[in-house]
Design a protein around this ligand. Structure first.
Ligand code: GDD
Ligand code: MN
Length: 408
C-alpha cells in the first residue's frame, strides 16, 4: 500500500507489522459489534483503564453494523495505547457467532478473550480470566453468572431469566460431557487459548449460528481443562439488545445441528423422525379410506404424507447446513423416491429372508425393516445432502485503526 491515504489503513492479510506483533502471553480481545456506536468509547476507555497495565492486549472488532460504529471505533482508537483493528464483514454470516469465529481466525495472541461491546461484560475481568487460565493450565476460562459471586442482575425481565435458565438446563442435559465444569454455557464472555481453536478454525469445522458461540467451541473443540471465574452481568451501557425471538429459533436449530454432528447420532435422529412420520401417514390413511378410497391406493397416497412430514423435519433439524447443494425440488424428488423405493424393496427382501434363509415372518420383517432403514439413511445422506467440496468464499475487510493518523 503506497501513497498518502486518509483514515483507516486497510490490510488484506492478517499479518501484523513487526512492531505490533503481540507478545506471547498477551491477549487479543475479540468484540463482535452490531450497531454499538454508543458503547465503543466507554468500552475502549475501560479496557485502557484496566487491561494493558496488567496484560499486553490488542482489540479486534468484528463488525456487521449498519450505523457509524466503524467510524466511531476508528476515532476512539486514536486514544488507545494498544492496537485496535476492525474487521468489516460484507455478509453477516452466522450472526454474532459467525463474527466471533472471524475474530478467532484473525487473532494472533496466545489467549483470546471474547466479550460483548455493551459493557454487560466488565473489561476489568479480562486479565483475571487469562490469569486463571495460566494458573490452572486451562484451555478455556468461562466468566460465569451462576457460580458464587456471579449474578445476572442485568438480564432484563423475568421472561429473559426464565428463557436463559431453560436454555441452560436443556443444553447441559444434551451435552453432559462436553459441558462438564461449565456452569454457564450461555455466557458470551470467556477466554480461550488460541491453540485450542486453531485446528477447528482452519478446518472450517465451526458452524456457529447466532448467539451461543461458547457452546459451539466447547462441543466442537473439546478444550482440555476448563476453569470458571464469577462475574456480574450488568445492564447495558447504551443502545439495546440485538437478541430477538428469532434468536431463540436459531438456538434450537444450532442445538440440534451440534447434537447430530456424528453419523451415529444423525442416524438415530433420522430414525426418530421416521417414527413420527407414522402419525400423518395413519391420519391420512384413516381420512382417505373414510372418504371412500380403496385401502390399497390409500396406502400409497397416505405414505406420501409421511414422506413430506419426514422431509420437512429432516430439512430443518438434521441437514440444515447441507441444503444448499441442491435445489429444493431436486431434494424433495430424491427424498420421495428413496422413501418409496424403501417400501418396494422391503417386500422382496422379506420374501428372500423367509424363502432362502428360512426365517420366520416376524424376524424377517424386523431384519428387512432394519436393513432398509440403514440403507435409506445412507442413501439420503449420499444422494440428497452430499456435501460438495469447497465452501463459498468469505469476504471481509480488515483495517488497523489505532495509531497516528495517516493523513499528512
Ligand atoms: N458482528 C456482529 N454481528 N455482532 C453482533 C451481532 C451480529 O449479527 N448480533 C449481536 N452482536 C453483538 C452486539 O453488538 C454486542 O456487542 C454483542 O454481540 C451481544 O449482543 P447483545 O444484543 O447485547 O446480546 P445480549 O445482551 O442479549 O446477550 C448476551 O448475553 C447473553 C447472556 O444472557 C450475549 O453475550 C449472549 O451470547 C449471551 O448468551
Ligand atoms: Mn448485551
Amino acid at each position: 500500500m503506497t501513497g498518502p491515504h486518509t483514515g483507516a489503513e486497510e490490510r488484506g492479510d492478517p499479518e501484523l507489522g513487526a512492531a505490533q506483533i503481540a507478545e506471547p502471553g498477551a491477549v487479543t480481545i475479540v468484540v463482535p459489534t452490531f450497531n454499538e456506536s454508543g458503547n465503543i468509547r466507554e468500552l475502549l476507555r475501560r479496557i485502557t483503564e484496566s487491561v494493558p497495565s496488567r496484560l499486553p492486549c490488542e482489540v479486534l472488532f468484528v463488525d456487521d453494523s449498519t450505523d457509524d460504529t466503524p467510524e466511531v471505533i476508528a476515532g476512539a482508537a486514536q486514544d488507545c495505547p494498544f492496537p485496535v483493528t476492525v474487521i468489516r464483514r460484507e455478509t453477516p454470516d452466522g450472526g454474532l457467532g459467525g463474527a466471533v469465529v472471524e475474530g478467532l481466525r484473525g487473532a494472533g495472541s496466545d489467549w483470546i478473550v471474547v466479550m460483548d461491546a455493551d459493557l454487560q461484560h466488565p473489561p476489568a475481568l479480562v486479565p483475571d480470566l487469562v490469569a486463571e487460565g495460566e494458573r490452572t493450565n486451562a484451555d478455556l476460562v468461562v466468566a460465569s453468572r451462576y457460580i458464587r459471586g456471579g449474578s445476572r442482575e442485568g438480564l432484563a425481565g423475568g421472561y429473559r431469566v426464565a428463557v436463559s435458565r431453560t436454555a441452560t438446563w436443556l443444553t447441559k442435559a444434551l451435552f453432559p460431557r462436553a459441558l462438564r465444569g461449565i456452569s454457564d454455557p450461555m455466557s458470551g464472555f470467556f477466554a480461550i487459548r488460541r491453540g485450542a481453536v486453531k485446528g477447528a478454525v482452519a478446518d472450517g469445522a465451526l458452524k456457529p449460528l447466532g448467539y451461543k458461540i461458547l457452546l459451539e467451541l466447547a462441543v466442537r473443540c473439546r478444550p482440555g481443562t476448563v476453569a470458571e471465574v464469577a462475574f456480574v452481568f450488568r445492564e447495558r451501557y447504551a443502545g439495546e439488545s440485538k437478541s430477538t425471538p428469532r434468536e431463540g429459533i436459531r438456538f434450537l436449530k444450532h442445538l440440534s445441528g451440534l447434537r447430530t454432528s456424528s453419523p451415529l447420532a444423525r442416524m438415530l435422529a433420522f430414525g426418530l423422525i421416521g417414527l413420527t412420520g407414522f402419525l400423518p401417514n395413519l391420519v391420512a390413511l384413516y381420512l382417505l379410506t373414510r372418504a371412500g378410497m380403496h385401502y390399497l391406493p390409500a396406502e400409497v397416497v397416505a405414505n406420501q404424507f409421511g414422506v413430506v412430514w419426514n422431509f420437512l423435519l429432516i430439512e430443518v433439524l438434521l441437514f440444515r447446513d447441507r441444503r444448499g447443494h441442491r435445489h429444493w425440488a431436486d431434494r424433495v424428488g430424491r427424498f420421495a423416491l428413496l422413501a418409496n423405493a424403501d417400501l418396494l424393496l422391503r417386500i422382496p427382501l422379506i420374501a428372500l429372508f423367509v424363502g432362502w434363509l428360512g426365517l420366520a415372518v416376524l424376524p424377517a420383517t424386523g431384519l428387512a425393516l432394519l436393513l432398509t432403514f440403514v440403507l435409506r439413511f445412507a442413501a439420503t445422506e449420499a444422494l440428497v445432502y452430499l456435501p460438495r467440496k469447497g465452501g463459498a468464499p468469505r469476504s471481509s475487510r480488515r483495517s488497523r485503526v489505532r495509531g497516528p493518523r495517516q493523513n499528512s
